[in-house]
Ligand binder design. Structure first.
Ligand code: NAP
Length: 264
């Protein structure tokens, strides 16, 4: 089964439409002209328009200093009419990421980059939504998480804790041999086709967050092209594009609705 991320995202957004629209703005910060980041912003803007949310984009040149960027974010953190702040990644290598993340007010940090965000990471919420939708019980399953990055692997590893029977964490230094014993693979690396079907346990499920854009083609970590020729199919997987991406955006908005005061 291929999980239709756009459909699941549409269900989440439809649920938000039933709630009162937050009166505060959602501010997105982008530094430089990163084409991937611009495309991620377009996706968010579309959802914001659908929900009639005041969506403000603050774009800064790639030569902005860490101090100036932190000051801009602090202004938004203090602004009474801004409810949520998203800092779009990647940031230029010249910027001190930790300093920037620390300048986001934890109560406005719906993307959970700040050290003390009050929200749950959108990647975790995405996994929860997929598992709930398809009634997937983790408690007796072996789960492998590939990648231990800030946005995907790290929060998901932390969240999985003792929710599954056994957790395998894989990264650039471990190799991928242990994938074969996992009932569920959650991957966030960003290398197209890194995980081939024959590396997986037959009947396993794959939730793929990997995003690799080359020559205008967007691919995930899972080599989905080889799936059709494989005799031992997966139980389910998320395609790229159209899998985890739209769900994660919808979950960001769900976070935005959680703490923003709504008009009475
Ligand atoms: P990241 O900082 O890009 O780190 C990547 C991780 O992959 C690292 O932990 C790295 O290991 C590991 N890795 C690299 N090569 C590997 C290999 N050959 N085998 C196993 N692991 C390997 O992580 P991130 O910021 O969490 O982002 C991960 C991916 O998710 C990216 O492609 C990003 O674009 C994508 N993403 C998708 C969404 C979505 O909505 N679908 C949202 C956000 C991000 P080491 O730690 O050992 O270096």
């Amino acid at each position: 089964m291929i999980i239709d991320g756009r459909l699941l995202a549409a269900e989440i957004v439809a649920g938000l439409k039933d709630k009162l629209t937050p009166s505060d703005a959602l501010a997105v910060i982008i530094v430089g002209e990163e084409t991937d980041a611009l495309s991620f912003i377009r996706q968010k803007k579309k959802v914001a328009q659908e929900l009639r949310i005041d969506f403000r984009v603050a774009q800064f040149g790639g030569d902005i200093t860490t101090i100036d960027l932190c000051q801009e974010i602090e202004k938004l953190s203090l602004a009474g009419d801004v409810g949520g702040i998203i800092v779009e990644l990647p940031l230029p290598g010249t910027i001190n990421r930790d300093a920037v993340f620390a300048s986001i007010h934890g109560r406005k940090d719906i993307g959970t980059l700040a050290p003390y965000s009050v929200f749950t990471a959108p990647a975790v919420l995405t996994v929860e939504s997929i598992l709930a939708k398809y009634s997937f019980d983790l408690s007796d399953k072996v789960v492998a998480v590939v990648g231990r990055g800030l946005l995907i692997g790290r929060p998901i590893i932390h969240w999985l804790g003792n929710r599954c029977d056994r957790l395998i964490t894989l990264h650039s230094q471990t190799g991928l041999d242990q994938l074969k014993s996992a009932d569920l693979v959650i991957t966030g690396v960003g290398k197209a086709g890194l995980i081939r079907p024959e590396m997986l346990k037959p009947g396993a499920g794959v939730i793929d967050f990997g995003y690799d854009a080359k020559d205008g083609k967007i691919s995930g970590d899972l080599d989905t092209q080889s799936l059709t020729t494989n005799n031992e199919p997966l139980d389910f997987y998320t395609p790229t594009p159209g899998g985890t991406g739209p769900i994660l955006v919808a979950e960001l908005f769900r976070n935005f609705y959680r703490l923003v005061p709504s008009p009475q």
